[in-house]
Design a binder for this molecule. Structure first.
Ligand code: FES
Length: 68
């Protein structure tokens, strides 16, 4: 789904950027242009970015909970 229409950025693009180390909206703006024009996408983009960070945290917790 398109999140940033001004720059043609999808939710998948944002998740991919997060996997490659993007952790803030500032970095996302530099990498993909998200929120740099009209700004309407900023709230939803931030939500997706936080979602990916939660997912990483859960994956790490699950990995630590598994027996060696
Ligand atoms: S929709 Fe993202 S800057 Fe306009």
């Amino acid at each position: 789904m398109y999140i940033c229409l001004c720059h043609g950025v999808t939710d998948r693009d944002i998740r991919e950027a997060a996997e490659n180390g993007v952790t803030s909206m500032r970095q996302l703006g530099k990498e993909l242009g998200v929120g740099r024009q009209c700004g309407r996408c900023a709230c939803h983009a931030r939500e997706i970015l936080r979602e990916t960070q939660k997912t990483d945290y859960l994956a790490m917790a699950n990995m630590l909970a598994q027996p060696a």
